[in-house]
Design a protein around this ligand. Sequence first.
Ligand SMILES: [Zn+2]
Length: 156
Amino acid sequence: MKLLTLNFLTCAIKTCKTSPASFPLHPRDCELEVVESESVNLPFLKNILPRLMWDELRVIADELGLPALPSTPPTRDDLVEPSSSSTTTISHAQNAGNAAEGQQQAEEKPSQTARDLHRVLLETCIKEGKLVCGNCGHEYKVMEGVANFLLPGHLV
Ligand SMILES: [Zn+2]
């Protein structure tokens, strides 16, 4: 399961739903796997950025021993390589002459920040391990990348 998933998960036990301690679920004894994907989906990252629980994400990254995330979330602008459009335009213009200038609407390129975020949220996956509720202590097993949220009968 991708780490992004943890951003949307809370404990399934009813009495935990109202407790702030049930989010995020805490990874424990986790085996991570990095699944590289071809390209950074910039529109997607921009879209989920406002819905990311940044402080909780930092906690999870820390608990997994990942490189520390910055203390404040990136802005949408941070995700775009600042020089990408102008650099492309200039080199293009140099090659093709000034006529090409203006016609080139360079595509936004993901910045290092975007690539880092992509790596953490979408390429870093929990393969095996547990997710532990901070409120009730219930452990959800993750096996072969899938978290099991079925509860034993007495807890439903
Ligand atoms: Zn719980």
